[in-house]
Design a protein around this ligand. Structure first.
Ligand code: DAH
Length: 362
């Protein structure tokens, strides 16, 4: 049976149509590369069917059709290769395509939490002037954060520390200092604990988690404080001021100084709030263009509490207040660190919400 003659240009148009369809099908990622290869280049494909038609094309047109067949074949092959390279390792029914020449993917780099970075820096600054970082319990007898610090049971000052009380597992013993347990609401619980070690002089920096019943945009129920305590013969307010100025120059920069503002704490006498001169207007409260600084209050920002250790506290720690004196201070890590970076968080809870998009910025 002789086959009907068909025109070469017809076959060429059909080939070009098949090529166009094939290239758009290759983009369909629901099909694997193997499936596509079979569909577009297998024995039942349009390409195979049209290739067979060459014999029916008039002799003088055959060469031209042959050239187009190989061009179409090449372009489908290239399309399949590109697809395989852009989806390496894509699972197919029976095989996994793995291009071992592709560069590897680096695992993301971690970074230290903002608070961890601040803890490390603060520790380093105080260690350089002879302080030692110590650890004291974060779950403690209420004697240490309260009674021992001159705040007897039912003293109204206790209300300022919105404390979490814990049920003691079992029955408390006879020791009057070991009756109630708390999640420590401030690092000052470390003061008498440190004195109980019986070694003088004391130069401690106690950094720990603190807990208070407060949660809103500017409070988290868990936060960190660093507590300094220096006890020796002849410790004066001058020493306290010198240590603060050293700290702020190291931590915030050489142009920073502190001032002491009278205040009241049960466990220090006299007591102060420590302010630092504003980093923007450097304490002048005026900017270069004559306008008033919006960051600070009249040139100063509040850092935290401090004072000379109360004689009752020294006595509770077994130290004779007639021979020894000391100073103490307790400041929030989150607040101090935010003040340094100038980071103004709308919601401080972001620090502990584990959102890496936030945490990676520090
Ligand atoms: N513990 C106090 C607080 O949490 C801060 C403080 C004030 C600590 C005065 C001190 C100090 O050591 O002397 O608010």
């Amino acid at each position: 049976m002789t086959e009907e003659i068909i025109s070469g240009s017809n076959v060429i148009s059909l080939l070009l149509l098949a090529q166009e369809e094939a290239l758009s099908l290759i983009k369909d990622t629901s099909k694997s590369v193997e499936e596509l290869k079979l569909l577009l280049m297998g024995s039942k494909s349009d390409l195979a069917r049209l290739t067979k038609q060459i014999s029916r094309v008039p002799k003088e047109e055959r060469q031209q059709v042959g050239v187009i067949v190989s061009q179409v074949k090449q372009s489908i092959e290239q399309g399949l290769e590109a697809r395989a390279a852009s989806h390496p390792g894509q699972k197919t029914k029976n095989t996994t395509f793995l291009d071992i020449t592709m560069p590897g993917e680096r695992p993301p780099n971690g970074n230290l939490h903002l608070v961890t970075q601040a803890i490390m820096e603060i520790t380093r600054i105080f260690e350089r002037i002879g302080f030692t970082r110590v650890r004291h319990p974060e779950v403690d007898w209420d004697w240490y954060p309260f009674e021992s610090l001159n705040m007897p049971t039912n003293h109204p000052a206790r209300d300022e520390w919105e404390t979490f009380f814990l049920e003691y597992p079992g029955k408390p013993g006879k020791d009057p200092h070991k009756q109630k347990m708390v999640l420590t609401p401030h690092t000052s619980n470390g003061q008498v604990r440190e004195m109980e070690k019986g070694e003088l002089p004391i130069r401690m920096i106690n950094i720990a988690k603190c807990y208070r019943r407060q949660i809103d945009v500017s409070h988290t129920p868990m936060f960190h404080q660093f507590e300094g305590l220096y006890v020796d013969r002849n410790v004066s307010i001058g020493n306290l001021k010198g240590v603060f100025d050293h700290f702020v120059k190291q931590f915030f920069g050489a142009s920073r100084v502190t001032r002491l503002r009278p205040f009241h704490f049960q466990f220090t006498e006299p007591s102060f709030e420590v302010d630092i001169n504003c980093g923007i207007c450097l304490g002048t409260s005026k900017l270069e263009d004559g306008s008033t600084c919006k960051l600070c209050k009249a040139g100063w920002l509040e850092l935290g509490g401090a004072g000379m250790v109360h004689p009752v506290v020294l006595r509770n720690g077994g130290i004779d207040p007639d021979v020894y004196s000391g100073f103490a201070f307790g400041w929030g890590i989150e607040r101090t660190s935010m003040m340094k970076s100038g980071t103004k968080l709308d919601d401080i809870r972001l620090l502990y919400s584990n959102d890496v998009r936030f945490l990676q910025q520090f």
